[in-house]
Write a protein that binds this ligand. Structure first.
Ligand SMILES: Nc1ncnc2c1ncn2[C@@H]1O[C@H](COP(=O)(O)OP(=O)(O)OP(=O)(O)O)[C@@H](O)[C@H]1O
Ligand SMILES: [Mg+2]
Length: 252
């Protein structure tokens, strides 16, 4: 399974992606959880305290391509090798890799991004599931950052701005000919809101996650909701999202 979580800022991508990655790892899958957002998020929802560690300097080398400055993975290092060597081991056996924060001139954004993207493009095929947390907004989630994914989960809150973002993402996905794209209604308080999310985005609703005060409490404590409230509303809803995906839904 290769899924990427997309949606408006604050919709709940990191909270749900981290929970989803751990639940999936708990079924015995080998899971790589990827945070493509330089602002920290996924580490917390996974319950990992190493928040700012991206790929170390040594993984990427610079080379000169006809006068152009380019970056590539160090000679001999593959995407799989980088994951095995540098991904952080987290709870439930999940592996975590992050696009780390930029630090200084030497390790500038370009270099960091290229290195991370090279790893993504060279990720292991068989034997690994991937759960990605993409940055908020619409910036090329389907063409670049999320191109490893076979399923995109658009996380949408039942608010006008989030619904509009979901609708735009659905259009962009169609333009980009993205593989399966479905929507998850998050922070739901009433069942009509789930219908509205489906109608307004035009996407198939994979499921819904209720508004869960315990998730906010977990956030304040800097804990994964799975550790804070393992049988609570969020954990239960994420397990059923996974069941729907695992039991094989038809492509939308
Ligand atoms: N189902 C929910 N019930 C209650 N609160 C929620 C729920 N899902 C997310 N939240 C809260 O919404 C806020 C944003 O969640 P989160 O950080 O997961 O969003 P995000 O989409 O990753 O945001 P960003 O785009 O900034 O990375 C957090 O305070 C989180 O606790
Ligand atoms: Mg986030």
């Amino acid at each position: 399974m290769r899924v990427a979580f997309v949606g408006k800022g604050g919709a709940g991508k990191s909270s749900l992606a981290g929970t989803f990655a751990r639940v999936l790892a708990g079924t015995g899958e080998r899971v790589l959880a990827l945070d493509s957002d330089p602002m920290p998020g996924l580490a917390f929802s996974l319950g990992i305290d190493r928040v700012d560690e991206g790929l170390p300097d040594e993984t990427v080398e610079e080379y000169n391509d006809d006068g152009h400055r380019r970056f590539r993975l160090r000679q001999g290092l593959t995407g799989v090798g980088a994951v095995e060597r540098y991904a952080v081991q987290g709870p439930d056996g999940v592996h975590f890799l992050q696009l780390g924060k930029a630090h200084g001139q030497r390790w500038d954004n370009t270099r960091q991004h290229f290195g991370f993207q090279h790893v993504l493009d060279d990720l292991p095929g068989d034997g690994w599931s991937i759960v990605g947390d993409l940055p908020g907004g619409t910036r090329q989630p389907f063409m670049t950052w999320g191109r490893y994914a076979d399923t995109f989960l658009v996380i949408v809150e039942p608010t006008p701005a989030s619904l509009l973002t979901g609708r735009r993402l659905a259009r962009l996905a169609a333009t980009a000919q993205a593989p399966r794209v479905v929507v998850v209604a998050n922070k739901v308080r009433e069942s009509e809101e789930v219908e509205r999310v489906g109608e307004r985005t035009g996407l198939r609703v994979l499921g819904a996650v209720p508004f869960d005060p315990e998730l906010e409490t977990a956030d304040r404590l800097g804990r994964a909701v799975l550790d804070h409230d393992p049988q609570g509303q969020t954990a239960t809803a994420v397990r059923s999202l996974m069941d729907v995906l695992l039991t094989g839904m038809e492509p939308s």
